[in-house]
Structures are given as C-alpha cells and as structure tokens.
Design a protein around this ligand. Structure first.
Ligand code: ASP
Length: 307
C-alpha cells in the first residue's frame, strides 16, 4: 500500500485580493512543515496515528493557525481548545473540549484514547486529566497572540454580536494512511472567535468533525461546526461508503452539496480505504496540502488552485 497524508489549516474567506502576501506565505510554509513532519513518519514505516498526531502538533505550535498557540479567544478573553483523534483500525477514539493549559491538545486527545476508559473529556476535568497524564502544559499567555486579540476586539464590536461568521481562522486537521493500509484522523481548534457559554464545535465530536474507519475512510472537517454536528458529516461520509455503492468522490460531492444546502460553510479532507485523497470545500479558500508516496507534496489556499 502507498502511504498518503492530507491536511487542512481551516476553510474560510481567504481570497488572493484579501489575504496579505505575508499571511499567504506563512500559511503555505506552515502547511509544508506539517506535511513534512507527517511524511517523515509515514516514509519510515510509522503508523497513521503517529503521523496525524505529529502533523497536527506542528500546526498547533504554529501561531498562524487557530489551534494550540494562536487559538482564537472566547468572548471573555480566554483560550479554550478542542481536539480529537481516531484510529481507523479498531475505531478507538479520544477527544477533549475546552482545555486551557495543554500545549498540544491533539496529544491530550491521544492520551484520552490510550487511557481507554472514556472518549471525550471537557474543561476542568480535561485539564486535570492532562496534568495526570503528564503531557506538556502551557500558560494562557503562551497561546495568546496579539493578532487574535485584535480579532476578538473586532468581533465584540461587530454588529452581529461578535460571532465569527467568516470562519477564516484556521482550525487544523490531518488524515493519513500508512503502509499497512491503516487510516487515522485528527482535528484541533480554538473554535470560534468570541464563543460563549462553553460552546463546543464539531472538532471534538467523534462522527461530526473527526472520524476514521479502515473499512470506509478517515475524515477531518473545518467550518461552521454547528452544521457539521447536525449532519454528523464525518461519520455520514464513512457510513455511505459502507452502505452504498457510491465512490469516495461521489460521496464527497454529495456531502459538500448537502452542507451548502444546509447553510453550512467549510470543507473536509478524507482518505478512502483504497487510498483516494479527497479535499472539498464551499468557501473561497481552504489551507490544505497533501502528499502521496512517490509524488511531491502539494500546498494550496485558494479555490482556483488544483491539488
Ligand atoms: N469547526 C470549528 C468549530 O466550529 C471551526 C473551524 O473549523 O474553523 O469549532
């Protein structure tokens, strides 16, 4: 089996004329670094799980993306991260929501999975588990960037009451297939700027923003999380592959159409069980990159770029 890796750094309103050149270059460099980290693992015979965790960690540490360092602020000026990881071999999964002090939330999600008792931990409990699991901690100051603070100030004074309707802030995700044909998926986010009331999006909801099943596909989503939850999009993708004769491309086309008809904005990446690499989105741009064994890596942002 040829290994493959596909990643996203968020879908949204990015257009050539609106995205500053420096942000375009930084976005592409960040995606390339992340793909390289995952490729190194897959090329040396590592597992899809190791690859998606390592890839997402690079994007979490990169302040240009809305995950880990560089996460968006909640309405009351805090950082609350969500993340999930799933192993397609036995459909083991781990997820965390509203964590405030874990440097790499995706690694905490993996610790939840490895611990094996639970699938989803939230807020103070997840922070406590993080300490007990011994994953690296970071202060709120470490996550915070002045750029995101400005975005919060803009959101709070916006006429719509502050919700981040553009969703251009760069949730991250990765799906990989390793040389043994196993699939894994991981997603990580700071959520939406100015989110309130303990709001949790699709990212850590297994079956909504993240899902992996060796018998079907691995999927990671980004966009208006509430729509992805209502469509159970990542699981729906896998279920249709198992239950219909539709190809991976047909399922992807149908679901991006349904997301649009539903009023949802965003996109998803996937790898089908026979190695098809899929990227779909209905926004002007999506930070994305992919690599298949034996082929060069491809990196793109705008919707007119073919990868
Ligand atoms: N899906 C994420 C959420 O709703 C946001 C994003 O993808 O940008 O939390």
């Amino acid at each position: 089996v040829k290994w493959s890796l596909v990643i996203h750094g968020g879908a949204g309103a990015m257009e050539r004329r609106s995205l500053a050149r420096a942000d375009d270059l930084a976005g592409r460099a960040g995606l390339a670094n992340a793909v390289d980290a995952g490729s190194l693992i897959l090329a040396s015979g590592g597992t899809a799980m190791e690859a998606v965790e390592a890839t997402v960690k690079v994007l979490e540490d990169d302040e240009h993306f809305n995950a880990g360092r560089g996460s968006v602020f909640t309405g009351d000026g805090r950082i609350e991260c969500d993340a999930a990881i799933m192993d397609g071999r036995q459909r083991a999964a781990g997820a965390v929501a509203g964590v405030t002090a874990t440097r790499n939330p995706v690694s905490l999600a993996r610790s939840v999975m490895n611990d094996g008792k639970h699938v989803l931990l939230t807020s103070a409990g997840a922070d406590a588990f993080s300490l007990q699991a011994g994953v690296p901690q970071a202060s709120q100051d470490w996550f915070a960037t002045s750029h995101r603070r400005q975005q919060l100030e803009m959101a709070l004074t916006a006429p719509n009451g502050g919700f981040d309707t553009d969703m251009k802030y760069g949730t991250v995700g990765a799906v990989a297939m390793d040389r043994d044909g196993h699939i894994a998926a991981a997603t990580s986010t700071g959520g939406l700027t100015a989110k309130r009331w303990g709001r949790v999006g699709d990212t850590p909801v297994i079956g909504a923003g993240t899902y992996a099943d060796d018998q079907a596909a691995g999927v990671s989503c980004t966009g208006s999380g509430e729509h992805f939850i209502r469509l159970a999009l990542a699981h729906e993708f896998c279920a249709r592959l198992r239950l219909t004769d539709d190809s991976v491309d047909e399922v992807a086309d149908a679901l991006i159409g349904e997301l649009t008809a539903f009023g949802g904005k965003g996109g998803f990446i996937a790898i089908g069980r026979t190695g098809e690499v899929i990227i779909r989105f209905n926004t002007p741009g999506m930070y994305r990159a992919s690599v298949i064994e034996g082929q060069g890596k491809r990196v793109a942002i705008y919707n007119d770029e073919v990868i």
